[in-house]
Design a protein around this ligand. Structure first.
Ligand SMILES: [Zn+2]
Length: 146
């Protein structure tokens, strides 16, 4: 019975069970099993239907999105690289900031510091020594005297 479909198999089993002698001890067990299998089959079939419906719905959404993308003239997925290629020269500007060259008195290495770095105590990145750096710009004197 290998080539039978599930309905045919179940029908066959049903026949076999019906053909059992009335006093066969296994008949009630087989009947119970058969009805459980019937129920499972129905459940699986309804899940199958749900999945079909979901696939249809997804297809519909996909079509709608494609139409929408066409209407908006959006680039398709494959074109994504081109859009990113436009912003090539953008990162040079940050480096125009004034850098102060400071020689660490402890290890002699040169440090390049921004004005922002110098606003707070600076630690040498090479030897870890605190550097006594300060820029004279006279704009804001200490105002805590009096
Ligand atoms: Zn140092």
């Amino acid at each position: 019975m290998e080539n039978l479909n599930i309905d045919e198999k179940l029908a066959r089993v049903r026949e076999l069970i019906a053909a059992l002698p009335a006093d066969d001890a296994h008949a009630p067990i087989l009947s119970a099993l058969l009805s459980a299998v019937d129920e499972l089959k129905e459940t699986v079939e309804s899940i199958d239907l749900d999945i079909d419906e979901l696939y249809d719905a997804v297809d519909e959404q996909t079509d709608m999105l494609a139409d929408l993308a066409d209407a908006l003239d959006l680039p398709e997925e494959g074109d994504a690289d081109e859009a990113g290629a436009l912003d090539g020269e953008e990162e040079d500007e940050a480096e125009d900031e004034d850098l102060y060259e400071v020689v660490c008195p402890s290890c002699g290495e040169k440090l390049y510091l921004t004005e922002e770095d110098l606003a707070s105590p600076v630690k040498c990145t090479f030897c870890g020594e605190m550097l006594d750096v300060s820029i004279e710009d006279g704009d804001e004197g200490p105002s805590d005297g009096e």
